[in-house]
Design a protein around this ligand. Structure first.
Ligand SMILES: Cc1cc2nc3c(=O)[nH]c(=O)nc-3n(C[C@H](O)[C@H](O)[C@H](O)COP(=O)(O)OP(=O)(O)OC[C@H]3O[C@@H](n4cnc5c(N)ncnc54)[C@H](O)[C@@H]3O)c2cc1C
Length: 492
């Protein structure tokens, strides 16, 4: 057997790469991680999930401070925010998590970390600076970057992406957000709440295109009520730098040309895989604009070269990158063949209210020509929702013909947390009667999970058939009160 420097080498020290590295090192494989930035952690820690959720929380607190009268409190006149302080808070959160993703920690686990720009020399070795490093197995986990489409004038117009948005010197007075996907929409609400005049431009007929339209519409209406301006079904034609302002020219669905001006432009038009500069063409690893092509075992054309995380163009979430890291470990270190399975992948868009989802929604079920029934429960009927002032949203449960859950979407406060129960139900294949019979604490928002299942059973339980059966067997006497058509019984 050839004598390689490492058993396994991973390019990219983000969610996918570090999952593989920590597992392989602890399992006794001689492991190398190569990272091109100055620190480990990847986009999620430095320019993605962590800074965005920290910013969202800050914006939520500021919004709450201004919402006193809704809670019976006095009105407060608040000074404008200083974005440098917000950036400091974001950085302080990153710094704490960074310790978990430090070179020292990975060294303790047994993995070596090198920083630099690796280039494949052949299928087993790379050059890194002036040295060559070889490994038996390679994992490409280089993530993705903001996609910058060829929009006329964009190359000459200053714009922001997720790499710059979290450490601005000042809060922009106005912002045009290109793209109504999760990143664009989360940032739209956060910046609007902090005091920026936000306009979102989306080419599709709805924002959050992966989600059911009725759910996405409530998110849009909520943001509109807070002051965000939306232009959906609107294509971006060109951009122009006007010095102190940027101009974005769009074409509406009706074919009208409209121009918008804003202090800043945020490009949130999807993601591009980080595939360039590694010499992938030298080793014939196949990729296109979506990402590196892999099979169900996450193997590229070469059975010892894997691609995991955003770079393979699949679902672009940190938890999916981590899951794929686990699949690579199973295949490359344990040699236990494991295929990927994305049926029960949950996700959440962290607007307020949040929109979380697992399994099929109506859009995907219709596209797959599946038969389903929907069961809905509104947060306006949640006692805790009312007490909290969190009564916007609903849960939507999709069942197949045998009443097995196909998928759940929750739109409401803490929807990401509320989905946890469904993650367990869907993965453990728990029967719905168990949820209907389980005692949930009162008053909690989580009761909505039991209520939506309860509505399926109560329809059957309180039916004429059951009533007739009980009357027959136990001689029940029936109704004690009957409402006349003209009487409003609810007033009694
Ligand atoms: C604004 C924003 C918010 C997000 N919020 C969420 C969220 O709330 N929840 C969620 O699940 N996901 C979220 N995501 C997505 C999440 O960040 C990604 O899915 C996740 O980081 C992917 O992990 P990865 O390991 O594939 O890539 P990364 O974590 O980005 O890691 C890739 C690493 O490879 C390095 N690299 C790149 N090229 C090279 C090279 N040539 N040589 C060496 N190293 C290289 C990079 O520097 C990086 O460190 C968000 C993304 C953004 C942009």
């Amino acid at each position: 057997m050839a004598n390689f420097d490492y058993d396994i080498a991973i390019i990219g020290g983000g969610a996918a790469g570090l999952t593989v590295a920590s597992g392989s090192a602890q399992l006794g494989a001689k492991t190398l991680v190569i990272e091109k930035e100055k620190a480990l952690g990847g986009d999620c820690l430095h320019h993605g999930c962590v800074p965005s959720k920290t910013l969202i929380k800050t914006a939520h607190v500021y919004h709450l401070m201004k919402s006193g009268p809704e809670f019976g409190l006095p009105t407060m006149e608040l000074p404008p925010v200083d974005f440098r302080d917000i950036s400091k808070r974001i950085q302080s959160v990153i710094d704490v998590i960074q310790k978990h993703d430090s070179v020292e920690r990975f060294c303790q686990l047994g993995a070596k970390v090198e920083f630099g720009d690796p280039v494949f020399k052949d299928e087993h070795s790379i050059t890194l600076g002036n040295k060559t490093v070889s490994a038996r197995t390679w994992v490409i986990a280089t993530g993705s970057s903001a996609a910058i489409p060829p929009i006329e004038g964009l190359d000459k117009t200053p714009y922001l992406t997720n790499r710059d948005i979290f450490n601005l010197d000042k809060l922009p007075s106005s912002m045009i957000i290109m793209g109504g996907g999760p990143i664009g929409i989360e940032m739209a609400q956060a910046f609007s709440r902090l005091g920026t005049k936000v306009t979102v431009i989306e080419g599709a007929p709805q924002i959050l295109g992966q989600e059911d339209q009725d759910m996405a519409e409530i998110v849009q209406q909520t943001l509109e009520a807070e002051g965000v301006i939306f232009h959906i079904n609107t294509s971006i034609v060109s951009t122009r730098d006007l010095g102190s302002e940027r101009e974005v020219t769009v074409e509406t669905a009706a074919g009208k040309t409209v121009r918008f001006r804003g202090e800043t432009v945020l490009v949130a038009l999807g993601r591009s895989p980080n595939v360039s500069g590694m010499g992938l063409e030298n080793i014939d690893v196949e990729f296109d604009r979506r990402g590196i092509k892999v099979n169900q075992y996450l193997k590229t054309r070469h059975k010892h070269i894997y691609a995991a995380g955003d770079v393979n163009g699949g679902l672009q979430f940190t938890h999916v990158a981590g899951y794929e890291g686990g699949v690579v470990l199973s295949n490359a270190i344990f040699h236990l063949p494991k295929k990927t399975n994305y049926i029960n992948v949950p996700w959440c868009t962290y607007t307020h209210p949040e929109l979380s989802s697992i399994g099929m929604n109506e859009k995907r079920a219709k596209a797959a020509s599946m038969e389903y029934s929907t069961w809905i429960e509104e947060f306006s009927a949640s006692d805790r929702g009312l007490a909290e002032g969190e009564n916007t949203g609903k849960i939507k449960l999709l069942l197949d013909s045998r009443e097995k859950p196909l998928g759940i979407q929750i739109l409401g406060a803490h929807a990401g947390e509320l989905l946890g129960e469904w993650v367990a139900i869907m993965n453990a294949k728990v029967g719905l009667s168990k949820i209907a019979g389980a005692i949930h604490p009162y008053p909690t928002l989580g009761e909505i999970n039991k209520k939506v299942v309860g509505s399926i059973y109560s329809q059957k339980l309180f039916s004429n058939t059951v009533r007739k059966g009980l009357k027959f067997f136990f001689n029940l006497k029936g109704r004690a009160c009957t409402c006349e058509p003209e009487t409003d019984c609810t007033k009694n």
